[in-house]
Design a protein. Structure first.
Length: 214
């Protein structure tokens, strides 16, 4: 991994980063739904502010009060990497690059929008598509845009509430594929609601919870 500059900013970027396989952990209880993480991600990868081009997504729910829930790839262990198992290409076009320690989608071999089996297989739906810009799906690469091992996730660096953490995967060994980190935002919202608001979904007059992108 490339040596990172010291004291580059005001936040998490000044903390030591993992050297081996790692992932971004989201603390929904701290997230305020500002969407700055999405802006930073789209700027890093596409040079524009467009939240739909972000590899990390923030969705808002009424539980019945507003709550934001994040969604991004957590770089599953080999035996639980359902996206890679679902890819019909041999070897898979979506895979974990052991050299750079993050997920990669090979643009040359990926079948693109005609397939998307990887996205369907992901329990969190963390693989993103934006057809007007690229026919190739994209997934969190920890901001290693050149795929040279220089991982520096901008979403973690800019989060104003420290709701995002860049952590070693060694801390989660033994988790199953149903681990809460890999649940869809809708499922996370269910769990958060039970914890924060012990009220029925229709308590504010709506037939159910409402969800929308930031």
């Amino acid at each position: 991994m490339a040596e990172r500059d010291k004291e580059k900013g005001w936040g998490q970027e000044n903390y030591p980063y993992p050297q081996g396989p790692a992932f971004i952990e989201c603390d929904e209880m701290k997230c305020v739904g500002c969407g700055i993480c999405q802006m930073a991600c789209s700027m890093q990868h596409f040079g524009v502010i467009n939240k739909d081009l972000s590899r990390i997504q923030v969705r808002k729910y009424l539980l019945p009060l507003p709550k934001a829930v994040q969604m991004t790839c957590v770089h599953c262990p080999d035996e639980e990497r359902e996206c890679e198992k679902a890819c019909p290409v041999t070897p898979p076009a979506v895979y974990f690059d052991g050299r750079t320690s993050h997920m990669v989608i090979d643009k040359e071999r990926c079948l693109g929008l005609s397939c998307l089996l990887c996205r369907e297989a992901c329990s969190a739906k963390a693989i993103r598509t934006y057809p007007s810009v690229t026919e190739t799906p994209f997934v969190c690469d920890l901001c290693d845009v050149e795929n040279n091992g220089n991982r520096d996730p901008q979403c973690v660096n800019v989060c104003p509430t420290n709701a995002l953490y860049y952590k070693s995967t060694a801390a989660r060994f033994g988790y199953s594929v149903e681990d809460v980190l890999r649940k869809h935002p809708d499922e996370k919202a269910e769990l958060i609601a039970k914890r924060l608001y012990p009220l029925p979904k229709d308590s504010m007059g709506y037939p159910g919870w409402r969800q929308s992108d930031v």
